[in-house]
Design a protein around this ligand. Structure first.
Ligand SMILES: Cc1cc2nc3c(=O)[nH]c(=O)nc-3n(C[C@H](O)[C@H](O)[C@H](O)COP(=O)(O)OP(=O)(O)OC[C@H]3O[C@@H](n4cnc5c(N)ncnc54)[C@H](O)[C@@H]3O)c2cc1C
Length: 461
């Protein structure tokens, strides 16, 4: 396998779980120098110096998996079925898995390679940023999406004067509607961040000891450092050079069993183009790893990829977004609640026939998020009175109790409701950390934390 990031590590875990070592010898090449770490919580490294390694090298040894860190694969020879690495080593394969992830989209403008301009993706990136920040005061973050906001908050916490530059007319333009975008901006600005919208960067120039960022409207801003977090680019270069089919926006094209255009090569994670898109969140990447491991064990599974959901983690602003991805429905009306003065905005999208909830935006109040996530995922009918979703969503939280025991609560670790209820009731665990540790839930994207908290409340009362 090439790539030892989050999808690669999840595959290793599943390799062990499905006892694939009985059939295969697994060698994992990782370009980064450490074993896989928790990229989702990478920002903590800036403030807490935590590397968040998912498992030490000794774990791989114990499982009989050969881990070769700090060894980049340079070439795939599909005819000879071998890969060549930067150390000159050549290793043959029967099956090859690409789990090479993504890189950061760096705007192709003059000065993008200057010292003081950084991508925001790897532990190494953050080590360099941390070092650079020590003697600096001002930062610009390019990109007002989920990651850009996270990076900007980290800069602010390090007492940097921080400006977010977004080329669209609102923050998080791909997830939020205009109303939510405006409210979020107010909350972000209240924290002390400056937001500049509708700005296209045209160049970055040295300016004394610092930098100057120039925009297409003729304005320019002085700064000490620039952090790029304006999107991801799938790292498909190895597969593309080897002649594998790639998607229209990059990524190795695979079917719902993760198989590429070569019957001996699979792709999982952010480097894979599946169901007509790249999946830039950890839960679908984990699902891909699960599907591939199960298939190699002879178990029928396909990648559904029917849901995108995420929560803003570090900003101190409550924000969650859910979207059903299958397009077999027509968009209908939305139920909307807005409490401007409390900074609360909720929008529940319904299908045209009113039989499905197809998406949700929750800003300022996340109650009901977990139940909504399950309802959308399970394609449940909305309740007769959709107003229960609004005004505190008390009724919606009770929905947890009515879910079947087999309902998967943690999509990353495939932990079901029964296991969690057992930990709470039989194990008498009442804290989210305890329940997560006992069940393995909530250790990936952490989106299920709201639901687990709801379950703790419900089952301990
Ligand atoms: C700061 C940050 C916060 C995030 N927060 C969230 C969040 O809140 N929720 C969420 O769902 N997602 C989040 N994500 C996205 C999530 O981290 C990714 O979806 C996930 O890491 C994808 O896993 P992957 O294995 O496909 O890619 P990666 O984790 O990037 O792993 C790919 C690995 O392959 C290696 N590699 C590439 N090419 C080669 C080669 N030629 N030879 C050897 N090795 C190679 C790379 O060095 C890398 O280590 C966040 C990402 C970042 C950067």
């Amino acid at each position: 396998m090439i790539g030892n990031g989050m999808a690669g590590f999840k595959f290793c875990e599943k390799f062990v779980r499905y006892r694939l070592f009985r059939k295969f010898e697994l060698t994992v090449f990782g370009e980064e120098s450490q074993p896989a770490y928790d990229r989702v919580n990478l920002t903590r490294y800036l403030t807490h110096d935590e590397e968040n390694i998912l498992a030490p090298a000794s774990w791989y040894d114990q499982q009989g998996i050969r881990l070769r860190t700090g060894e980049k694969v340079l070439r795939i020879d599909r005819e000879k079925k071998c890969v060549q690495t930067a150390t000159g080593a050549v290793l043959s394969y029967d099956l090859l898995i690409l789990a090479t992830g993504s890189g950061v989209y760096m705007p192709p403008v003059e000065g993008i390679g200057l010292p003081g301009v950084f991508p925001y993706r790897t532990l190494y990136d953050l080590q360099v940023i941390r070092e650079h920040m020590k003697s600096r005061r001002k930062a610009i973050v390019i990109g007002g999406g989920l990651l850009g906001l996270e990076a900007a908050k980290a800069m602010l916490d390090a007492e940097m004067e921080t400006v977010i530059i977004e080329h669209a007319g609102q923050l998080m333009p791909r997830q939020l509607d205009t109303t939510a975008g405006i409210l979020l901006q107010q909350q972000v600005e209240a924290l002390g961040l400056t937001v500049l919208l509708n700005k296209e960067i045209t160049g970055i120039f040295q300016d004394g000891d610092g930098l100057r960022v120039v925009c297409s409207d003729g304005t320019s801003i002085a700064t000490d450092m620039v952090i790029c977090s304006a999107g991801i680019v799938p790292r498909d270069e190895l597969g593309a050079t080897a002649g594998l089919t790639t998607g229209t926006k990059g990524g190795i094209v695979v079917n719902d069993r993760m198989l590429s255009s070569d019957p001996a090569i699979y792709a999982i994670g952010e480097c894979a183009w599946v169901h007509g898109r790249i999946w830039g969140l950890v839960a679908p990447c984990y699902e891909m790893a699960e599907v591939l491991a199960a298939r190699l064990a002879g178990i029928y599974k396909v990648f559904r990829g029917d849901l995108l959901f995420t929560r803003l983690k570090v900003l101190g602003t409550k924000l969650a977004y859910i979207a059903a991805m299958d397009d077999g429905y027509q968009e209908g009306e939305s139920i909307i609640e807005k409490k401007q003065e409390e900074g609360v905005y909720k929008r529940i999208r319904l299908s045209a026939d009113g039989k499905r909830i197809t998406g949700a935006i929750l800003l300022g109040d996340l109650s009901g998020y977990a139940s909504l996530l399950q309802m959308i995922r399970m394609r449940s009918r909305p309740p007769a009175d959709p107003a229960m979703f609004l005004d505190g969503m008390g009724g919606c939280d009770n929905h947890i109790a009515s879910l079947p025991d087999t309902t998967i609560v943690c999509l990353c670790a495939s932990v079901n409701k029964e296991a969690i209820v057992h930990a709470i009731t039989a194990g008498k665990l009442g804290k989210i950390g305890e329940v997560c540790q006992a069940t393995g839930a909530g250790t990936g994207c952490e989106t299920c934390h709201a639901m687990i908290e709801g379950m703790i409340n419900y089952y301990t009362l």
